[in-house]
Ligand binder design. Structure first.
Ligand code: ASP
Length: 315
């Protein structure tokens, strides 16, 4: 078994092959490889799983391709509001931020909350003030503007209007919603696990909406006794199915393997409720799982003694 390694995702959703060009596909693969390599290097040189997941997430936050940090999607108010969480499996310590704006790397702020406050979750202006006090890098609104995300919002608003005119239910729009989020889970050479998730949320969500990513046990969880998990997909369902903790609990109380537990969570309760999405997970022995029930999930892994691997669609 690998003695260390990292697994990441760059969001799950209706990634249509028809809307992809070979160039764009390559950019996604390159982005994933860059994030995996950044995290792997830390693990290889004896660094912590916590540092590795943070660094991997930083790389994806800095890329306009992924829905986190720079490439965050827009809410219905035309703003970027970001959520992030990080958790350490050895201590069960965690930090999270919700609804923050203008923070270049929300995962760094989540870690600061974990390490420098007695709290776990800071939100909105209070979190931003804490970021400023700690000298975290802030960016103007323009930094987070990407034409592609703006067009996605316009399309989503248009669709919503049409639907309202026909007074149809909202369930249809959900499956067409463009998801995204980035996440990483890692096992280090000391046998410690960590998880990190960072997101711009869902396109055209109501201003003020908070998703699953910053909620410990829903979108993010790590426990050395079981596994580290980062989820992506329709946040409301991930919260209701308590996806990340459910996976850990299935291992802990029912003795399921990582893969059994991960599949049970995604294709069981979560899917039955109507949830779409996926997760990445790793356990103490370096077993990994990357289940998803959407047409695609940007994902990859880099495990000691194995090749780096990235994929987008179902195999
Ligand atoms: N889970 C994220 C949220 O609902 C979005 C995503 O992963 O696509 O905020």
């Amino acid at each position: 078994m690998p003695s260390f390694g990292i697994v990441i995702h760059g969001g799950a959703g209706a990634i249509a092959k028809s809307a992809m060009t070979p160039e764009l596909e390559k950019r996604y693969h390159d982005g994933l490889r860059e994030a995996l390599t950044a995290g792997y290097k830390i693990l290889e040189s004896g660094g912590t799983a916590l540092d590795a997941v943070q660094k991997a997430v930083n790389v994806m936050e800095d890329s306009p391709l992924f829905n986190a940090g720079r490439g965050a999607v827009f809410t219905n108010a035309g703003r970027n509001e970001m959520d992030a969480a990080i958790m350490e499996g050895a201590t069960l310590k965690a930090g999270a931020v919700a609804g923050v704006r203008n923070i270049k790397n929300p995962i760094d702020l989540a870690r600061l909350v974990m390490e420098k406050t007695p709290h776990l979750l800071l939100a909105r202006d209070g979190a931003e003030e804490f970021a400023r006090l700690n000298g975290l890098e802030m960016m103007p609104d323009e930094y987070f503007f990407t034409e592609n995300r703006w067009q996605q919002l316009q399309k989503a608003i248009e669709l919503e209007k049409k639907r309202n005119e026909r007074s149809r239910s909202g369930s249809e729009s959900d499956s067409e919603q463009k998801f995204g989020t980035v996440g990483a889970v890692a096992l280090d050479q000391s046998g410690n696990l960590a998880a990190a998730t960072s997101t711009g949320g869902m396109t055209n969500s109501r201003h003020g909406r908070i998703g699953d990513s910053p909620l410990i046990g829903a979108g993010t969880y790590a426990d050395n006794q079981t596994c580290a998990v980062s989820a992506t997909g329709h946040g409301e369902f991930i919260i209701r199915a308590v996806v990340a903790y459910d996976l850990s609990a299935l291992m802990r109380y029912r003795g399921l393997t990582l893969v059994e537990a991960a599949e049970k969570v995604i294709f069981g309760r979560f899917q039955e409720l109507g949830g779409t999405g996926g997760l990445v997970a790793i356990d103490r022995r370096g077993n990994i799982a990357l289940p998803f029930n959407t047409p695609g999930m940007y994902r990859g892994h880099y495990l000691q003694g194995k090749q780096i691997e990235t994929s987008i669609y179902k195999e």
